[in-house]
Design a protein around this ligand. Structure first.
Ligand SMILES: C[S@@+](CC[C@H](N)C(=O)[O-])C[C@H]1O[C@@H](n2cnc3c(N)ncnc32)[C@H](O)[C@@H]1O
Length: 284
């Protein structure tokens, strides 16, 4: 299939009339952060005399509920600070690169994926790198401010079809619009009931695949946190899923788990979970 035909199909399936192309300001070179992590990447975001800290505008309060997180990123100040806070040091850039490597491993378990919905795309941390790997990508997020940052970076990248402001609880895309939906650094903000609703919605707009970022219990940090909570040194418990909870949520959302990939064993609480949307009985 020619590039033009592929783009046309992607546009049709994603309901292009709803897609807003980014207005394209600024350079696209910052994708190098993910492609070449470490020294150069970290340097790109270093602000002289400043290191990411707990006081950064984009550091959300951890123990707040989903409604707060849903509103929090809808701020220009938060959106502008987000990338610096997320990977403004070498260690954070490395962590980011490990996550990307795990996402790529996850994608290697999928088949015939050309179009991906990056939801929520935030400032486009993975939107550009996905397009760099040859995927046709649409970014979507509830925050125009976050997507504005993503759009500024993605000018001229043909395989990024654009950005759609949407609430993951009710997406404006037709059924099966994308081959795959990818959701990074999002689901752990959400209470389990709403999470299942959102997973169902993601499954609806995916033809088959979902790449999900889940936070689990089987790691050092969770063990220490739990111990400190038990000893009264921490007041809020860390909400992380067990394997059984993950399986139950996926099954209730109509997903079958194909692969669970830890980002780093023992020291990280992140799983990249590759799922397939289960076709309802009777559908061909
Ligand atoms: C921590 S950021 C993660 C963004 C990106 N995936 C990344 O890894 O950098 C969380 C994003 O979720 C978005 N968000 C929160 N609630 C949402 C909802 N109900 N629907 C769509 N996006 C939502 C926020 O606006 C924010 O951009």
């Amino acid at each position: 299939m020619s590039d033009a035909a592929l783009l046309h199909r992607c546009a049709q399936r994603a309901g292009l009339s709803r897609i807003e192309r980014g207005d394209g300001i600024g350079p696209r070179t910052r994708w190098n952060l993910l492609q070449r992590p470490g020294k150069d990447g970290a340097k790109g975001l270093t602000i002289k005399g400043r290191r990411p800290s707990k006081d950064d505008p984009s550091r959300a309060q951890r123990d707040r509920e989903y409604d707060y997180k849903k509103r929090f990123y809808r701020s220009a100040q938060v959106a502008e600070d987000y990338d610096f806070h997320r990977w403004g040091t070498k260690e954070r850039a490395r962590r980011n690169a490990r996550k990307w490597a795990t996402i790529l491993r996850g994608l290697s378990y999928t088949e015939r994926v050309q179009t991906i919905l990056d939801l929520p795309c935030g400032t486009g941390r993975f939107t550009g790198p996905l397009s760099g790997r040859g995927y046709e990508v649409v970014g979507s997020d509830i925050s125009r401010e976050m997507m504005g940052q993503a759009a500024a970076r993605s000018e001229g990248i043909d395989r990024i079809w654009g950005y759609v402001q949407a609430d993951a609880e009710g997406l404006p895309f037709p059924d099966g619009a994308f081959d795959c939906v990818m959701s990074i650094r999002f689901l752990f903000h959400i209470d389990p009931e709403t999470r299942v609703e959102i997973l169902r919605e993601m499954a609806r707009v995916s033809r088959r695949w979902l790449i999900l970022d889940y936070r689990h219990r089987y790691n050092y940090r969770y063990a220490m946190w739990t111990l400190k909570t038990f000893l009264g040194l921490r007041t809020t418990p860390l909400k992380r899923v067990s394997l059984e909870e993950l399986r139950s949520e996926c099954s209730r959302a109509g997903l079958s788990i194909k692969k669970i990939i830890p980002v780093v064993r023992i020291f990280s609480d992140k799983w990249i979970v590759v799922c397939e949307a289960v076709t309802p009985e009777g559908d061909s």
